[in-house]
Design a protein around this ligand. Structure first.
Ligand code: GDP
Length: 174
């Protein structure tokens, strides 16, 4: 109903330079009605209707900090995880496995809500990771898979979809 409000905390993880900030900004500038919170560095808040519910999303852009370096409380903060690599950089792809493992260790659970995102799809001529490899990794870590480009404004809908997807998975799991 219209009086329900759901909180959903999302953390975006991945190597430096894969486009975590670019994806967040692309998503938020389309329908950003919250405010940037200056005291909690790089937590973005936004509120929107999703599936007839009032959703308050908080998005933590980790700026390259790996989960292994998080303080204990931090590991339990997120409801959902977005794992991002660049399709043009195999190192960032391989890093996802270790990031996922760190998250599992800290949360002492292998079941998490997550999506795997291969970003920089506009740079097809520099592609190092095939779609197939990406989707196989997604199966392996139990996440849904997307390939997107944060640089391409025509992809705004796809990027919105992936955030909505995360939220829906989270709703189902509660
Ligand atoms: P972060 O360190 O993961 O937050 O990465 P940033 O969002 O800061 O992006 C790192 C660099 O990659 C910047 O120069 C971005 O402009 C660029 N970038 C991010 N996403 C894309 C993309 O989809 N395509 C291209 N071509 N460049 C991108």
């Amino acid at each position: 109903g219209s009086d329900s409000c759901v909180q959903c905390k999302v953390v975006i993880l991945g190597a430096a330079g894969v486009g975590k900030t670019a994806l967040t900004v692309r998503f938020l500038t389309k329908r950003f009605i919250g405010e940037y919170c200056p005291t909690l560095e790089s937590i973005y808040k936004y509120q929107a209707q999703m599936d007839d519910e009032d959703v308050r999303m908080e998005i933590l852009d980790t700026a390259g900090q790996s989960p292994g370096n998080w303080k204990d409380g931090y590991a339990m903060w997120p409801d959902c995880f977005m794992f991002v690599y660049s399709i043009t950089d195999r190192t960032t792809f391989e890093e996802i496995i270790s990031i996922k493992r760190q998250v599992e260790n800290m949360r002492k659970s292998t079941t998490i809500n997550g999506v795997l995102v291969g970003n920089k799809l506009d740079l097809l001529h520099d592609r190092q990771i095939s779609f197939l490899e990406g989707s196989e990794l997604a199966d392996q870590i139990g996440c849904r898979f997307y390939e997107v480009s944060a640089a391409d404004w025509t992809q705004v809908t796809v990027i919105s979809d992936l955030f909505c997807d995360l939220y829906r998975e989270y709703r189902k799991s509660r």
